[in-house]
Ligand binder design. Sequence first.
Ligand SMILES: Cc1ncc(COP(=O)(O)O)c(C=O)c1O
Length: 397
Amino acid sequence: MNQATLMNTYKRADVTFIRGEGEFLFDTDGKRYIDLLSGIAVVAVGHGNPRVAEAIAQQARNLVHVSNLFGTLPMRELSERIQSTTGGWGRVFFCNSGAEANECAIKLARKAGVGRRYRVLAAEGAFHGRTLASLACTGQPEKWKGFEPLPEGFVHRPYNNLDAFASALDDSFAAIMVEPIQGERGVIPGTTEFLKGLRDLCDRAGIPLIFDEVQTGVGRTGEWWAFQSMGVKPDIFTSAKGIANGLPLGACIADEPYGSVFVPGDHGTTYGGGPVVCAAAVAVFDEIEQLSLRAEAKRKGELLTSLLRNIPGVQEVRGAGLMRGVVLSSPVALQVVPKALSAGVVLNATSDSVLRLVPPLVISDPSLHEAVQIVAGVLAEAQRGDIGSSTAGVAAY
Ligand SMILES: Cc1ncc(COP(=O)(O)O)c(C=O)c1O
């Protein structure tokens, strides 16, 4: 990869992938890798998925773009499919990314707050995206540096600390927004008590509860949406990543009254919800249904967790379904990642002591066994100090 032609936003690993198949990736030398990352929780139904590929090809031959001034069949079908996953509620706005889906949610809440209520109460450690408002909502001050002043009105309190959220809330707030499981922070699940408590706070204040399901959604945790296993219903939730298996699509889904807040002219996008990405997403929903991938995500998540827990040096495995954070007993995660890559396993680290595993939902049991064995070997080496301290090519996202 010629780094001089690209902006310096990522420390890229020294590998160029040219092909994928299911849970496998292949580089320019034909070397095979087991992908435990799926492009950071994106390629849910696997690389080169034939149903998705066929849907894309067919739609590309038929109709690629007409503008949101007109209706298209794939967008209509996808919005109906999304509604069927919630049991019938939610109007959808389609966009191109997770950050944009969150921008939409924030704008909805602000418009509903009619100027008086405009602040958003979010969580420390949260990740909501890189656009200016989603960055301001992101509870990681180190990512704000160099970009201030950020849009005003975002307040952060410790995740899973209901008292801290309750005491911060006043009538200047338009919404509470959290991830049901904090992904970039290291796969930290929200407790049921915390999330239910936020629901109560929002009900009492008359403001929307927004869940960012960009990483947790579309079957990843074993349900269509993570909130469905937590017994807490948001008013608004956002999706991206896994929804179109790697094509750029985001969605903001809002129950009433928030679903009817926008009127023409309030919000928009040229590409959002275009026919090709929506056709791909419909194929993703089909594939998840037909291969029972929600149940499989739960089952394989348990298998993966039990395998990982037996590895010396693993302190804790947390998360749900196939979204797992592996807490190491020593801070060697940034050394494990490049070494695992050389050994044929793709994963990443959210910090120096947490590995993140978010494989394609279609990964096979033998691949899970093989990958964990490789990671165990690499981890043992790292703990013995046999791996150098170079972290070139690796970065927490
Ligand atoms: C929870 C969450 N929200 C938002 C985003 C931003 O999504 P995108 O990179 O598509 O803008 C991410 C990306 O990692 C995410 O994990």
